[in-house]
Design a binder for this molecule. Structure first.
Ligand code: NAD
Length: 482
């Protein structure tokens, strides 16, 4: 049977790569190639830029309401095709289809709807100078911008960048992860159906080292919005910085989950299961280091491990599977290698830590049992490096001061979770945790208006709300004296 061939979306058309070379695209739940994706080259990126160049002024000058209508239509069409998109996301990524239906696809639609409406209310600032002059800030689209996204929340994160970039009046060259390209391809069909003018959005599939780097290097692409690993972000910054490109970098994390004995125990326990293992732990916001106040530690350990053992690792397409496959064989091997490291570092694996061999359709899939490790010091490699899989460590602590030291000891600073009923402590700790996001008594409770992103090695800049619209526009101050 011939495999489905994904196509690039350039100049409003679905096109094969110029080279006609394709890469394999795997279904991680069965461990087999199920489609092919363009192995695009620099020439495809250049073609996309030529197409964007033709229409960029027209798109930038389009009445806001017209831009709103088109982007809102894309949101509606994502919703109309949500079952097809959720199935595609699950097959491509390995995540449970229930998660794709409940989270990934609705959020992709929300991203378009949110920024379609936001741009209608996006106003520039003005600053009056003591009765003598007025400043006002023009905010113009940047022109052509690049959006590069990872594999863990494919359509969700792809649209989180594209929607504000388009809403702000830019033309976009976008590259989804080569590991999970399918829903980006379906999005190109949706954009055609929704009447997005040709060349306004161009989706070029392929490898980071070719397509991604060609985007970062091209002088016509004036800004890069990137989500992915910290090393990739550093490489992108090293190329883009001397060209004075605007950069938004959303990178890795090693998030602390800090639990005090006075917390709402049941809510904390259930949420901690999600914040540890949702999407097989492959969410940049998952809390992978769990610190528990000593008086609660033994009870937490017993209850948490019992709940983790009850999680079902299974076929992502079957209702009731809590964890699906991890995204690739290479990623599975990487995650499993940390279990050996943890043991070498003196840790004890309380549950999980192994490849799961399912029966039937998924017998060759890449599944890992959810893993809980204890007995490690806060500063060992297992507790310092991003694993990005279904692996958490648990550690006791005695004081706020001590746990803050542990929490802040990593090079990352993306997100954190805090469980306590003491409001003063929550404020005190939230202020001192080195992270771009602090959740108190909740996790992944997202308001799209809030600044989203990390500090330290977790990135530069913020997405979300006005932050994203500011990033995707160029401010110009006009000062008029009267
Ligand atoms: P990755 O860095 O390997 O790849 C991300 C994207 O960058 C892909 O599209 C890839 O093709 C492209 N790319 C790779 N090399 C490139 C280069 N030299 N130039 C330009 N583009 C290049 O990351 P990944 O493995 O796909 O995703 C996992 C990582 O993403 C984890 O570290 C995770 O923490 C991070 N992440 C961060 C956030 C956040 O919001 N901070 C969200 C999700 C994932």
């Amino acid at each position: 049977m011939e495999l489905k061939k994904i196509q690039n979306y350039i100049g409003g058309k679905l096109l094969p790569p110029i080279s006609n070379n394709y890469l394999n695209n795997f279904n991680p739940a069965i461990g087999e190639v199920y489609s092919e994706i363009p192995d695009s080259s620099i020439e495809d990126v250049h073609l996309a830029i030529v197409e964007a160049q033709k229409v960029k002024d027209e798109w930038a000058n389009l009445a806001l309401e017209k831009r709103f209508l088109i982007l809102n239509t894309i949101a509606e069409k994502i919703e109309e095709r949500r079952e097809e998109l959720a199935l595609a996301e699950s097959i491509d990524n390995g995540k449970p289809i229930s998660l794709a239906m409940a989270v990934d696809i609705p959020r992709a639609a929300s991203n378009f709807r949110f920024f379609a409406t936001a741009i209608m209310h996006f106003a520039s600032e003005s600053h009056e100078m003591a009765g003598d002059a007025i400043n006002y800030t023009l905010r113009k689209p940047i022109g052509i911008v690049g959006c590069i996204s990872p594999w863990n929340l494919p359509l969700y994160l792809f649209t989180w960048k594209i929607a504000p970039a388009l809403a702000a009046g830019n033309c976009v060259i976008a590259k989804p992860s080569e590991v999970t390209p399918m829903t980006a391809y379906l999005l190109s069909e949706i954009c055609i159906e929704a009447g997005l003018p040709q060349g306004v959005l161009n989706i070029v599939h392929g490898l980071g080292s070719t397509v991604g780097e060609a985007m970062v290097r091209h002088p016509q692409i004036k800004a890069i919005s990137f989500t992915g690993g910290t090393n990739t972000g550093a490489r992108i910054a090293s190329i883009a910085a001397p060209m004075f490109k605007k950069l938004s970098l959303e990178l890795g994390g090693k998030n602390p989950n800090i639990i005090f004995a006075d917390c709402d125990y049941e809510k904390m326990l259930n949420t901690t299961i999600r914040s540890s293992f949702a999407n097989q732990g492959q969410i940049c916001l998952c809390g992978s280091r769990i610190f528990v106040e000593r008086s609660l530690y033994a009870k937490f350990k017993e209850d948490f491990v019992a709940k983790v053992k009850a999680l079902k690792v299974g076929d992502p397409l079957v209702e009731g599977s809590n964890l699906g496959a991890v995204v690739s064989e290479a990623h599975m091997q990487k995650v499993l290698s940390y279990n050996n490291l943890a043991k070498e570092e003196g840790g004890t694996i309380l549950c999980g830590g192994e490849r799961v061999q399912l029966e039937g359709r998924c017998e060759n899939g890449w599944f890992i049992s959810p893993t809980v490790i204890e007995g490690l010091s806060y500063d060992c490699r297992t507790n310092q490096e991003e694993i990005f899989g279904p692996v958490v460590t648990i550690m006791p602590f005695d004081t706020e001061e001590e746990v803050l030291k542990y929490a802040n000891s990593v090079k990352y600073g993306l997100a954190s979770t805090l469980w306590t009923a003491d409001l003063n402590r929550a404020h005190r700790m939230a202020e001192q945790i080195e992270a771009g996001i602090v959740w108190v008594n909740c996790w992944l409770h997202r308001d799209l208006r809030t600044p989203f992103g990390g500090t330290k090695a977790s990135g530069v800049g913020r997405e979300g709300g006005w932050e994203a619209l500011r990033f995707f526009t160029e401010p110009k101050n006009v000062c008029i004296q009267y």
